[in-house]
Design a protein around this ligand. Structure first.
Ligand code: WQD
Length: 330
């Protein structure tokens, strides 16, 4: 298939581009390199440098009229959209930039796709759409009540997609990631995220000597060691799910809302200990107060992904997650 990957040089997007190319698809990346890295863009893809917020650029790319920048000029069969902001804390301080990047730009993309009759979208949604868990593991029928503006933006786009599906026959897969982590197990992607806010890259920066120490946000949660439990999912597993979701949209002509998770959770201290074991370096940390908005435990069921696209995580045990990251950070 001929596919457009917006944000294809970013952390998750770059892994999906490799997976798409490995599977023989024709890929065009649109990236403005605000956070994406050139070195992570698969050289087999056609690269268009630009901003998805420029609607004339989207129109040109999606039109399928001759020189649309994708190399062939053929119309795209599917679009993947990874070009969003993703820091829940920041979204509470600066909702305006999340409004523009995550809501307005994505709504314009959806409308442009319909305008040009490009009808399959694989969308990066989030565990953050659920908010505080009412039961565990979280399944796709769990109420969606986000507790931060970031999660709200992802939920609004899911709802917009459902409307466009009904009104305009757009087909979409909303993939709700839990805690994405890891790096390409084949070692092809080595550009590190800059200024990471997530646990695993921070742990890696301490082990690798880039930071002196890190904070553990609370050890008085009702969990096995008092620190929060999260469901970490390897980015290669995420990538496989994206390619299968794309094929499903084409073959089944039905929408998908899927959790991408393992069902197994690890505590913050378990992650730190595993990193120390694999790196052979100490990960110096101090226990501080709880971070606002952190639920004690988040784990999810992915049975629906198995039933619909035959997917389950195969690289997401803690050892593989940490090893694949340490290969990049060491
Ligand atoms: C994991 C655990 C922290 C940093 C986020 C988004 C969520 C989704 C996945 C995108 C928590 C603890 C962290 C540190 C720590 N993103 N921690 N010290 O918040 O579970 O999920 O990513 O859709 O929407 O909220 O991930 O990596 O920030 O934290 O102790 O320096 O590590 O308290 O328990 P989170 P995270």
């Amino acid at each position: 298939m001929n596919v457009l990957v917006i944000g294809g040089a970013g952390y998750i997007g770059s892994h999906v581009v490799y997976e798409l190319n490995d599977a023989g698809h024709r890929v065009t990346i649109l990236d403005n390199f605000s956070t994406g890295l050139r070195e992570n863009a698969d050289a087999r893809a056609t690269l268009v440098e630009g901003d998805m917020q420029e609607i004339p650029l989207l129109d040109r790319l999606l039109s399928g009229n001759g020189d649309n920048g994708s190399g062939s000029g053929d119309k795209f069969d599917s679009v993947f959209h990874f070009a969003a902001l993703k820091a829940p804390g920041e979204s509470m301080e600066k909702p305006g930039i999340y409004t523009r990047h995550n809501l307005i730009a994505t709504m314009e993309l959806i409308d442009a796709m319909v305008r040009h009759d490009v009808r399959n979208l694989v969308f990066s949604s989030s565990a953050a759409t659920y908010g505080n868990p009412e039961y565990l593991p979280i399944d796709e029928d769990h109420p969606q009540k986000p507790i931060n503006y970031y999660g709200y933006t992802k939920l609004v786009i899911e709802q917009t997609l459902a409307w466009y599906s009904r009104l305009k026959n757009l087909r979409y897969a909303a993939l709700r990631y839990f805690n994405a982590a890891g790096y390409d197990v084949k070692g092809r992607i080595t550009g590190k995220e800059q200024n990471p806010a997530n646990l695993l890259p921070i742990v890696m920066e301490v082990a690798g000597g880039k930071r002196d120490k890190m904070q553990v946000f609370g050890n008085d949660y009702p969990t096995r060691d008092g620190t929060c439990i999260r469901d970490y999912i390897h980015v290669n597993d995420l990538a496989t799910a994206h390619v299968r979701a794309m094929t499903y949209l084409r073959d089944q002509d039905r929408d998908l809302n899927l959790n991408l998770a393992t069902g197994t959770g690890y505590t913050v201290l378990e992650v730190i200990r595993e990193a120390e074991k694999i790196s052979g370096k100490p990960v110096s940390h101090e226990i501080t107060g709880r971070r606002h908005g952190d639920p004690a435990e988040l784990v999810a069921a992915s049975n629906r992904a198995f039933d619909h696209i035959g997917w389950k995580a195969v690289h997401s045990d803690l050892t593989q997650l940490v090893e694949s990251m340490w290969n990049v950070y060491k």
